[in-house]
Ligand binder design. Structure first.
Ligand code: AMP
Length: 503
């Protein structure tokens, strides 16, 4: 199996002068990106790292991210992406568990590593806005410009991704060169057939989906435009799309789409031909509005760290008839089934745990055979997501198994209640969860960010729900809040909302 660094080697050979990356006033051609990646990888080998060693990347989005990522692969090293918003103790857990031998961090993330014992690690600080050479440039000067991508085996580790860890310690999902090759083929075949004339915008963290999808854009020699705002500013992002004639958005979390829809902007976004979203459920109301505003350019993907970006997909241009609340169909070559509590496959229409098998599924968790055995039992990845297929083979995701509310013995899927509440004009955002109740076991509660002030009386939303879903599913209580708790990737934290409500 080919080293994924070869995607860059080939594009640099074919289009050396094409722009590979743009960020503020910086620009790297494909030849320069390849040379810098080679220098980065060989410099780390020069500092004593060996094939298979882990390199932690604690960087916000910047061109050096792509240099370090492909540079690690050039040298046969393993990238450990670390979300740039994590706090010191969280970073420490990942560095310790992965046994990282090198850490690339940014001036912007220096605070998180300030108090840590980094003895024994090769460390390098990136100053993405430095006008002159920074420590990263000095490291590059130590390396060679002409490294060839290291020979790897398909099962060699490439990307060690730490799951968000909503319960217990985060686990490192081990993704191999084979996994990333297969993910990229599925991306190019079903999600976005990148072209050399594409301008690909990265607004979501490169440490997650946006970074993985850079493989497809690099393989096709497209230009990466890295959004350089300090935070996601919807009108600024829309202006950037108009100004730079952006054709592809590499990845958007549903919360970003909601923010774009709320922006007061008339920007012309007609240059867009593809925008990928996923990573969390998008509610039907938002999906409908997003298609009205931007056209059928969207492709939804369903994946997880353990089967990155690649389980099912729904392309609104190519599969216009699939219901908006579906996560689409499995990628060819990826087997997906829904099973009961004893791992027996269930027929269409019956809900159970979604399981996945295929060359995109992780090798297992790093240093955690017990969790690996649980997640991969019987040769299938158990996603922890509850869903069902319809007769046409479209997958519908209900919720994470841990989020299902059981009230009076009946299962209630929070997402279904949220879908209904979002149809009320006074509701901007909502998260539904269960709180303990001595009689019913659990009661349904909705935390709502109101779209109007003052918000309507609680009872109005309860009655509205009652008109659309069974009475036992309607929220017993509405709590108005200013914002929903979200993790570093913008995912709504249902359990955190429940904890806050209990407090
Ligand atoms: P992560 O490992 O951080 O990428 O999170 C993966 C989880 O996000 C999945 O197991 C799902 O619960 C959720 N998720 C990902 N994509 C979708 C999607 N398209 N629709 C609904 N939930 C999703």
């Amino acid at each position: 199996m080919v080293n994924v660094a070869s995607f860059l080697a080939l594009s640099a050979q074919r289009h050396p002068d094409r722009c590979a990356v743009r960020f503020a006033d910086r620009r790297l051609s494909y030849a320069q990106l390849r040379e810098q990646a080679s220098r980065f990888g060989s410099a780390l080998l020069g500092r004593g790292l060996r094939r298979g060693d882990r390199v932690a990347l604690l960087l916000p989005n910047c061109p050096q991210y792509l240099v370090a990522l492909f540079g690690a692969w050039y040298a046969g090293l393993v990238a450990v992406p670390v979300n740039a918003k994590l706090a010191g103790p969280e970073v420490e857990v990942i560095l310790g568990d992965s046994g990282a031998r090198a850490l690339v961090y940014a001036t912007a993330t220096a605070k998180a590593v300030g108090g840590l014992d980094l003895g024994g690690l090769v460390t390098v600080e990136v100053d993405a806005r430095s006008p002159g050479p920074d420590a990263f440039d000095r490291l590059l000067a130590e390396g060679r410009p002409d490294l060839e991508p290291a020979a790897v085996d398909g099962d060699d580790l490439a990307w060690l991704f730490y799951t968000s860890g909503t319960t217990g310690r985060p686990k490192g999902a081990q993704l191999t060169h084979r996994n990333l090759n297969v993910m990229t083929w599925a991306l190019l075949a079903d999600v976005c057939d990148f072209r050399p004339d594409d301008v690909v915008l990265h607004v979501a963290p490169l440490s997650h989906g946006s970074g993985l999808y850079s493989l497809g854009a690099v393989a096709r020699g497209a230009e990466h435009l890295i959004y350089d705002g300090a935070s996601f500013d919807p009108p600024a992002v829309l202006d950037l799309i108009e100004r730079e004639r952006v054709t592809v958005i590499a990845f958007l979390a549903p919360t970003m789409i909601v923010m774009l829809l709320g922006a007061d902007s008339k920007a012309d976004t007609s240059s867009l031909r593809c925008a990928v979203y996923g990573g969390a459920p998008i509610h039907v109301e938002h999906a409908r509005r997003m298609l009205d505003r931007f056209g059928p350019v969207f492709v939804q993907i369903y994946g997880q760290g353990e089967s990155p970006m690649t389980i099912t997909y729904l392309s609104h241009a190519r599969m216009p008839d699939v219901p908006l609340n579906s996560a689409g169909v499995p990628h060819p070559g990826v087997e997906v089934r829904v099973v009961d509590g004893d791992d027996r496959p269930l027929p269409p229409g019956q809900a159970g745990e979604v399981c996945v098998r295929g060359d995109v599924v992780m090798r297992g968790y790093w240093n955690n055979p017990a969790a690996t055995e649980r997640a991969l039992r019987g040769g299938w990845l158990h996603t922890g997501d509850i869903g069902h297929f319809d007769e046409q083979g479209n997958l519908f995701l209900l919720d994470r198994s841990n989020d299902v509310i059981i009230s009076g013995g009946s299962n209630i899927y929070p997402r279904e209640v949220e879908e209904v509440l979002l149809r009320h004009p006074a509701v901007a955002e909502v998260v539904v969860f269960g709180v303990p109740d001595p009689l019913w076991g659990e009661n349904v509660v909705a935390a709502v960010v109101p779209a109007v002030t003052p918000p309507p009386p609680e009872q109005e939303l309860v009655e509205f729900s009652r008109a659309h879903i069974a009475s036992f599913k309607k929220p017993k209580k509405i709590v108005y809040v200013d914002a929903l708790p979200k993790n570093a990737y913008g995912k709504v934290l249902r359990r955190e909302a429940r904890r806050l409500a209990a407090a």
